[in-house]
Design a binder for this molecule. Structure first.
Ligand code: AMP
Length: 394
């Protein structure tokens, strides 16, 4: 997939609008709890500074839905950025308008200006042409490094490319390279590990990867819809009944293709999803009524570790259980550790899986951590991401 790179742009001394993904998690006091997305944007920012550019940084944060929300202002991001870059970053009061245009117009080489949350304006998410033009007015060139937002056709990811010469930043490029490799030339055996809450969020990935993977292993709540489809008792575990037919068709397709398709051999089940729940281990098909599957069991874990040991390529998205509650986190943590010691090329995506990898202190041992949860899933579903297509057309 050919997209124009930031390296191909005439950068020297130019004013660049850099769309980044600074949609970081904040705690109740407004402190950033994970700055991975900020760190991931640094190579492109530093590259632009080396080329004597003045850099206008733009991002969304949270879901303010077109209104100014005090708690979603980008001030904490500015502080964190200044610490990483070792230089000051100017903060704009908004992302468009005369005052911002004036600030942008006065920028000198090597200066940085952080625009206020793009989603304080409803037009951003509507990919409004006028709004895109107002954003474009601030700069000479456009660079998109916000892979996490590439699946959205918004003004700052798509519309703006109509008005400025555009290119991809290093993070976006790297994400596209790694995920394309999974789709096009993954070394086999290729293992897909999926967990998390909903079948509907991940079914597209399973479908698109069915003719590419050798093995699929499932955990998390979504596994119970598959188990139910095989007519095993799931007690009160979470099942998406409207997806049963779809899941049956996928199981049949996987069988025809001779894909190894594993659902957990055993489970940790609990009488409720809470820290103070009663919990026991039970075999597959033996979850009594009133009990909920909350984690994969020890036999499942052993089997899954075997699959991980045999694979040459692994993609993991989604926790194996309700990992936020300590006694139900074992499956997820062990999978993170098994990936870390695997010989395979390992790619992990999705906020919860990344959090597990972090908690298990094995970040350095995973080959690639994808910063874009939804965007990486859509990419692996085989969809054309609008933010990437916009950089191809130019
Ligand atoms: P996702 O965002 O789709 O990756 O889903 C992550 C969420 O799935 C986490 O908050 C987990 O607590 C939840 N989850 C994982 N396993 C289960 C389960 N067996 N039952 C209910 N929720 C689960």
């Amino acid at each position: 997939m050919e997209i124009r790179s930031v390296r191909e742009l005439e950068l020297k001394g130019k004013r660049v609008f850099l769309r980044v993904d600074f949609n970081v998690p904040l705690d109740k006091r407004g402190e950033i709890t994970d700055d991975m997305r900020i760190r991931a944007a640094l190579p492109t920012i530093n590259y632009l500074l080396e080329k004597d550019c003045s850099v206008i940084l733009a991002s969304h944060l949270g879901r303010p839905k077109g209104k100014v929300v005090e708690a979603l202002k980008l001030a904490p991001v500015k502080k964190s950025l200044e610490r990483f870059l070792g230089k000051s970053v100017m903060a704009a009061p908004d992302c468009v308008g005369p005052e911002v245009e004036k600030l942008a117009g006065q920028m000198k080489e090597g200066e940085l200006l952080l625009l206020e949350n793009l989603r304080f304006h409803l037009e951003e998410e509507k990919n409004d042409k006028g709004f895109s033009e107002r954003l474009a007015k601030l700069a000479d060139l456009y660079v998109n490094d916000a892979f996490g937002s590439a699946h959205r056709a918004h003004s700052s990811t798509v519309g703006i490319t109509e008005f400025l010469p555009s290119g991809a930043g290093f993070l976006l490029e790297k994400e596209v390279t790694v995920l394309s490799k999974l789709l096009e030339k993954a070394e086999r055996p290729f293992l897909l590990i999926l967990g998390g809450a909903k079948v509907s969020d991940k079914i597209g990935v399973v479908k698109n990867l069915l003719n590419r993977v050798n093995t699929i292993i499932l955990g998390g709540a979504l596994a119970y819809t598959f188990i139910k489809a095989k007519n095993w008792d799931v007690g009160n575990s979470r099942v998406e009944y409207d997806k049963l037919d779809l899941v049956k068709a996928i199981l049949e397709d996987a069988r025809k293709r001779r894909i190894e398709f594993h659902t957990p051999l055993d489970h940790t089940i609990a009488n409720k999803i809470a820290a103070k729940a009663t919990y026991i281990i039970t075999e597959r098909g033996a979850i009594p009524s009133g009990w909920i599957g909350v984690d994969i069991g020890p036999k499942a874990l052993e089997e899954y570790k075997g699959c991980i040991g045999r694979a040459k390529t692994i993609f993991w998205n989604g926790p194996m259980g309700v990992f936020e509650i300590e006694p139900f986190a074992k499956g997820t943590m062990e999978i993170a550790r098994a990936l870390a010691s695997a010989a395979a090329y390992t790619v992990v995506g999705g906020g919860d899986s990344l959090a597990a990898v972090k908690k298990a202190e094995v970040i350095e041992k995973i080959d690639y951590l994808s910063t874009g949860g939804g965007a990486s899933l859509e990419f692996l579903e085989g969809k054309t991401l609008p933010g990437i297509a916009a950089l191809q057309e130019k």
